[in-house]
Design a binder for this molecule. Sequence first.
Ligand code: WTA
Length: 680
Amino acid sequence: MSSKEKEVTETSEAEIAVHWGEEQLIHPSTQFIAQANVTDPAVYERFSLDNFPNCFKEYADLLSWYEYWHTTLDTSDAPCWKWFVGGKINASYNCIDRHLAKNKNKTAIHFVPEPENEKVEHITFQELYVRVNEFAAILRDFCGLKAGDRVTLHLPMVAELPISMLACARLGIIHSQVFGGFSGKACADRIVDSGSSVLITMDSYYRSGQLLDHKEKADTAVADAAKEDQKVDKVLIWQRYPGKYSAQTPLVAGRDFVINDLLKKHYGARVDPVKMPAEAPLFLMYTSGTTGKPKGCQHSTGGYLAYVTGTSKYVQDIHPEDVYWCMADIGWITGHSYIVYGPLALGASTVVYEGVPNYPDPGRPWRIAQDLGVNIFHTAPTAIRALRKTGPDEPQKYNYHFKHMTTVGEPIEPEVWKWYYHSVGKGEAAIVDTWWQTENGGFLCSTVPAIKPMKPGSAGPGMPGIHPIVFDEEGNVVPPGTGKAGNICIQNPWPGSFQTIWRDRERYVREYYEHYCKDPKSKRWQDWPYKAGDAAVVAADGYVRILGRIDDVINVSGHRLGTKEIESAALTVPEVAEAAVVPVKHELKGKEPDLYIALKPGLTGSDDLAKRIQDAVVKEIGSIARPRKVWIVSDMPKTRSGKIMRRVLSAISNNTAVGDVMTLANPDIVTEITKMVQGK
Ligand code: WTA
C-alpha cells in the first residue's frame, strides 16, 4: 500500500484530537516542596542514559529482597527484557508483612461502601495480613493452586479485591483481574486465554444505588469458557455482606464455594510468602489492541514492584502517613499500580471506593476526602469533567485539603485542568498529568512535582530514567519544538514494562517493537525503541502533549476499547454483514463509539434490530462499550479496492470536513449517511 493511500484509508483518534495552545507554567507551592520526597533536580542526572540500567537500583532498593540480583538488565532475549535477574522477592510480603513491626495498627485499606449509611471499613495492616493469609490458605490447600498457576478474578471495587490479589502474590499465583463492569462473555475470553481453572468473584455489589447480581456473570463466564475447552473447576464467591448470600442466581453444587464459609475452616492459617524470582510474572492485565483479541500484558514481580513503588514515592509523593485515594478501578492497570501495589509497598493508607463518583450527588468524593482526611487524590479527566459539570461548586463546601493530585488516562483539556486545580485542589495542590499505558506498569511521562512546574494540557517530560523520542512513520526523529506530531517511543527499557503478551511473543514484538527496530537480531536494547501507539507533540522545553491513539483503539472514559472488538461483537448478530466503529467526541466521556452497520442483502433495518446490535455489544464486552448510536446504512463508504473508509464515517459522526470523497467507489453514499447522522 502506498503511504498516500494509507493516509486516506486509516483513521485514528489523533486525527480528530482537540488541539489547544501552549499554556503558561504553574509552580507548586513552597509548602508542597518543603515536604516532598524528591526536590533535588539531580534525580534526572542520576537516571540519565549514561547511568542506565543501574540507576533503577534506586527504585529496587525501596523494596525488601530475600536475595539481591546478579544482573540488573538481561537483554539476551531482546526485546523481552529481564530485570533484576537472580533476585528473589515476594510482592505480598513487601505490601504487608514488612510494615507490621512498626505499623500493624495503621490503616492499610479504607473501604468506602457506596451506600452512605454503611460504615467505612478501616482495615489495618495486621488485619490485612490475617485476611490475606487465610485466603491464601484456601487457594493453596483447598484449590491446590501453586506458583505459576493463573487465576481469574472478576471482582468489583471492594477490599476483597486487593486481598485476593495479595493472596495470589503471596503464593506466586499469577492473578488476572477482569474489570467488574465487563460482561460474563468478556470474562470468559480472559479465562480461556490465561488458562485459569479457578474464578474468584463476588455475589453482588453496589453501583448507582443498586445492589447488582454479579454472580450471574460467573455462570455465563464458566459456560462460555467451557465452549472453548477451558474448564473452570471452582468458582470462589465473596459475599458483599459476610454470612448472607445476596445474589438471585443459585449456587452450583460442587463448583461454587462461598469464601466466607471456607474461611471458617482456615481460621488462623498463616502462609509463608513464596520467594519468587524477580522475573516471575506477578499478574496479567488484558487490554485492547488493534485486533479483536485482547492481549494479556504480562507483568513481572521484581521489576514491576520496584517501578510502581519508586514512581509512587517520587511522583505520587506518597509518605507512609498520607491518606491516598485513587478513584480508578482496580480492574484497570491504574488501580493495580496506584491503588494496590505502589501505595501499599510504601505503607500508605489507600482508599477503595465501591461506587460511582457522583452517587448520590456530586459532593460525594469531597465528603469522602473530608471524612478520611485524604491528602493525595488521583483520578481521570472523564471523572473530573463529570464532577465539574454536575457540581462545579461542591468542592468548596467541604473541608479537605489535597497536597497533590493526579490525572491519568486521556488528554485533559486546559479548561478542565484549571477547574481541577482551582476548585478541587483549592489552588493548594500540585498536579501531575501522568501519561502511560497498561503495558508500561507505571508512569512514562509526568512532571516530578516538586522539581518541574505544571503545564495544563501537557503530561510533562519523560520520567527520570524514561527517555522518550518522537519518530515519523519512516523513523526520522521529529525534534522537540517543531510543533510537529509523530509516534512517541521510549528509547530504553524500564523495570515496569510488561515482559510479553501472554502466550504471544510474536504479537508483542510486532505491535510494540518491530516498526522502529533496525536489526531484528540485535540483542542491544539501543536497537529496540518501544512504540506506544500514541501520537504526540513535544514542546521546546521537552514537555510532551499526547494527542491520542494512532491505532484502532478508542478511549472511552479513559478506558481502552478496540474498534475491532466492538465490530466483532456487532457481527455476532446474524443480520449484520459489515460493521465499522469510529470514535466520536463526547463532552464527559472523551470519546464514544459510533457504530455503523450494513446488513446482508435484502434485509432492512429497524429500531428493534438496532437495539439487538446494541445489546450484542453490551453482552460481548460490557456496557462501557455501548455505542452512542447504531446507524444502519444501506452501504459503507468504500475505496475502489473495497476497504471501508472509517475516516469518512468518523468525520460524519464528528461533524468535521469529510474531505475529498470522489475517489471512493460509491461517493453518493456519503451524502446519504451525512443526512442520516447530521440530519442535513
Ligand atoms: C491514553 C492507562 C493523554 C493514551 C494508564 C494511552 C493518556 C492510553 C494519558 C493507555 C495522559 C493515558 N494524557 N493520554 N495523561 N494517560 N492516556 O492502557 O492514549 O488504559 O495510550 O492505561 O491512554 O490506556 P491504558
